[in-house]
Design a protein around this ligand. Structure first.
Ligand SMILES: NC(=O)c1ccc[n+]([C@@H]2O[C@H](COP(=O)([O-])OP(=O)(O)OC[C@H]3O[C@@H](n4cnc5c(N)ncnc54)[C@H](O)[C@@H]3O)[C@@H](O)[C@H]2O)c1
Length: 300
């Protein structure tokens, strides 16, 4: 299959590495700002592909309190074959682009992680691909992902707007989890409780899930995706319904980030402890040891 990728940054290269695992896939790249992929012929080549994935930036524009879709629009204008947008875009973007251009467009949220040690370092780590929008474009996306992973990736089709919204739901949830853990870090300090121990007790309940529950010297959430995506979805929500929780998370995170410097001065480091230590403590408590056994509750 002939596959195009527009935007060869973090997501574009991760997708390229993945799709090339199937020797039947031939990947062509266009990137406006990378000299080796910026030629007019690179752009023209996209229009001879079976599907073009779009992985260009979609930054938060603070002045407009909205997502900047300039780069996505630029690619959609120039590509006339089926398109799959991997860039994170606000709900309704694909439907609006289809109405404006009449082009064949799908959206597929991307889950690859950038941070060192991220549990999902590859474009297939999630184990599933969500694709929403035009059925022909979704079929091309399904074909592009065929044979790149073992076991095969679970392919889930939905509407474009559901696929767009679930990406924000995921990032807003993870951002909320970070602020929640940070809130309880401060409560632990107020109660003179070791947060490492508190977190370990909390995680005995497997329903919680340990990701995004660490507290670091750099308080709250940062990076290239969570803040921008939370700003975008909060603005989108504010225009349509109640954005109370999202706004509270954003405001609280700003206060946390402002405190980062003072936290660093106090020498706060990553405060989780290993599962082994928790298990040892739990075992000790179950054996009637004096290790705060009265404070460990069995999971519901
Ligand atoms: N980085 C992540 O971990 C991650 C994860 C999931 C989703 N996303 C989303 O994927 C999108 C891309 O993110 P990224 O981290 O790969 O960004 P990036 O900045 O690493 O890469 C974007 C690439 O697009 C190129 N580009 C910019 N404008 C262009 C244009 N008009 N035409 C062609 N190429 C252009 C840039 O030169 C760059 O190489 C964003 O919407 C982001 O929110 C990122």
């Amino acid at each position: 299959m002939d596959i195009g990728i527009a935007g060869h940054g973090f997501v574009g290269t991760a997708l390229h590495r993945l799709l090339e695992r199937n020797p039947d896939n031939v990947v062509a790249v266009y990137d406006k700002y990378l000299s080796e992929h910026a030629a007019a012929s690179d752009l023209e080549r996209l229009n001879r592909c079976d599907v073009v994935f779009v992985a260009v930036p979609t930054p938060y524009d603070g002045a407009r309190d909205a997502c900047d879709l300039t780069a996505v629009r630029e690619i959609v204008e120039r590509v006339n074959v089926p398109i799959c947008i991997k860039s994170t875009v606000p709900p309704g973007t694909v439907d609006a682009l289809v109405a404006e251009t009449g082009k064949t467009i799908a959206f597929s949220p991307e889950y690859v992680g950038e941070r060192p040690g991220h549990p999902w370092p590859d474009a297939d780590s999630a184990g599933f691909v969500i694709c929403g929008g035009d059925a022909h474009a979704c079929a091309a996306v399904r074909e592009a992902y065929r044979g790149v992973s073992s076991p095969p990736l679970r392919f889930v089709e939905t509407s474009a707007v559901a696929a767009e919204l679930v990406k924000y739901m995921e990032n807003a949830f993870l951002a909320t989890k970070v602020t929640f853990a940070n809130q309880f870090y401060d409560l632990a300090r107020a109660a003179n409780v070791d947060f490492a121990e508190l977190r370990s007790l909390f995680l005995l309940d497997r329903r919680v899930g340990d990701s995004h529950t660490d507290v670091y010297a750099e308080r709250g959430f940062g990076g290239r995706c969570l803040p921008k995506d939370l700003h975008v979805i909060a603005a989108w929500a504010r225009e349509r319904t109640d954005a109370g929780l999202l706004d509270a998370v954003l405001a609280y995170n700003e206060r946390l980030r402002a405190r980062t410097a003072s936290s660093q001065a106090e020498g706060v480091q990553r405060v989780s402890v290993s599962a082994d230590r928790v298990a040892a403590r739990t075992a000790a408590s179950e054996n009637g040891s004096a290790v705060r056994s009265n404070r460990i509750q069995p999971p519901d």
